[in-house]
Ligand binder design. Sequence first.
Ligand code: AMP
Ligand code: GLY
Length: 420
Amino acid sequence: MKVLVIGSGGREHALCWKLYHSDSVSEVVCAPGNAGIKAVARCVDIGAEDVPALCALAAEEKPGLVVVGPEVPLVNGLADLLRQQGLDVFGPSAAAAELEGSKAFSKELMDEAGVPTAKFEVHTDVVKAEALIAQWGAPIVVKASGLAAGKGVIVADDEATAVEAVRDMLAGNSFGEAGHEVVIEEFLAGEEASCLFIVSGDTILPLASSQDHKALLDADLGPNTGGMGAYSPAPCVTDAVAEEVLETVARPIIAALKKREIPFIGTLYAGMMLTEKGLRTLEFNVRFGDPECQPLMMRLRSDLGDVLLAAAQGELDTVSLEWDTRAALCVVIASEGYPNSYEKNQPIRALDKLENDRVMVFHAGTTMLNGDLVNVGGRVLGVTALGDSVVEAQQAAYENLDQLDWQGAYYRKDIGYRAI
Ligand code: AMP
Ligand code: GLY
């Protein structure tokens, strides 16, 4: 089968790599891909958000399966349009993708379904929002309701910061349209874990547990990013926790969507906070996590093409997932300056020195320029290693990193510390 993958990040490199090594898959095509993906897929230069051009590409390529990586095209209805063309698609409809596309919708559906989550209110009026902040006090969390590339959440330690965030968002100064509605939420303390599920109709298959590091700096300090590293398994997700997330979070939210006649086919990502009072759901995403996908794909033993096609065709109940018992850990190498501005087109050399039989380098923001591999994005590489434990995977990932020949590289030195 030919598989078309949409996207250009480390997540999509990991998916393309795993599909390339799947017996069920004869060819991988990726739009737009990146310099690393070129090794395992034929890349077509169409952006992941150019929905009409992607539909035309799919009509021409006639793939046996389309896998949509990022959230933006899903929220914009790419999966619906491709299904109307008669294609098998792994990725939810626009209606189902609202779970990620609108935090207001997501929180209201969690309430309706009885899914445990932080106390919240949705606001579009500055005066009312400020009154709530004064009433609840700090710490308090302000979220842009719409898509903001993982950056639309302000965890405010004092009321002034929360008020400023609300004003900026509602005035359209930060996050544009995505900030015109805000969710104000009770602050939760605890350890975070990413619980992902492959979903098709009533069948919900948990993936191995994982955790990511969203903060830019060591010790989880500094601003939030798309994710600076991740590992699997996450020791805090015991079998009992995994079972509880499946039964009290994943099943009820999928059932609540179904009640609204919104079926879900794709990845459900539940961002969980393990608090002293029990599990709380921070957010839902409707796609694989990036970088969580990279360690997960290193550990997955099953044929990914078979699994995703079964989900797309409504036959997921015939599938079970097998995992490498080893741990995997991914260190993200970003451009110095990310998540703010950074210099592009810097040559990156000696990448081959980082890879060996246990270590894969997944590319994100890379391209070829005049024969050199160069950075074009904020998150650039994901050095991902297997090891008998998270400690050993961490050692393997960091072992050769000093050999990387790229002046503008920035990475955290402590990915995985919570698991160690
Ligand atoms: P989200 O995009 O909703 O997952 O939020 C991004 C990050 O903000 C999460 O991974 C948490 O670290 C933090 N966060 C979100 N909601 C809360 C909350 N209610 N309490 C504390 N931290 C939160
Ligand atoms: N790593 C967080 C996310 O993919 O949303």
